[in-house]
Design a protein around this ligand. Structure first.
Ligand code: ADP
Length: 151
């Protein structure tokens, strides 16, 4: 079974993430969306909220699973038997950053990272911009799937 892990913070899930996951589903038998837990990071949305947003957005996709994890992504890949890491590339800055991580992961293990270029319509979206729009009462709904709600 070809299983890919799509790791990230998803604080919150955006239309950019949504696009990559939907396209990943066509390439792999299973896509595990893995929310990394980093005790040192401050999040806008709780882990439970972030998980719910993704679960609801993909409730009709049998091949998409949502989990949380701590520690090294490659260690977690081994735990869930995922041979691939899926990542989205928006711009050259993403590429430089992702290149170093992918090389490191290949040095540590045999896990391959598969990159998908973002769709042009969502390439400008980042979770940090979405959080900024939310903080300043902008119409964040244009940037995220319907499941992402702010109370
Ligand atoms: P991180 O904590 O690694 O920054 P994110 O939740 O922001 O995690 O992103 C997880 C993955 O989603 C990364 O591969 C990132 O490049 C990708 N991604 C983020 N925003 C977009 C977007 N707008 N289009 C496509 N991929 C994206």
């Amino acid at each position: 079974m070809k299983r890919a892990l799509f790791p990230g913070s998803f604080d919150p899930l955006t239309l950019g993430h949504y696009d990559i996951i939907k396209r990943g589903v066509k390439l792999f038998d299973e896509v595990i969306v893995a929310i990394g837990i980093n005790a040192e990071k401050k999040y806008m949305f709780s882990l439970e909220q972030r998980k719910q947003f993704i679960e609801e957005a993909f409730k009709d996709f049998k091949k998409v699973k949502v989990v949380t994890y701590k520690g090294l992504t490659v260690d977690f890949c081994k735990e869930v038997d995922a041979e691939f890491i899926l990542r989205g590339l928006r711009n050259p800055a993403d590429f430089e950053f992702e290149k170093a991580i992918a090389h490191t992961n290949r040095t540590l293990t045999k896990i391959e990272t598969v990159f998908l270029l973002t769709s042009s319509s969502t390439s400008y979206i980042s979770s940090s911009i979405v959080r900024d729009v939310i903080r300043n009462n902008g119409n964040y709904k244009l940037l995220v799937p319907d499941s992402v709600r702010v109370d």
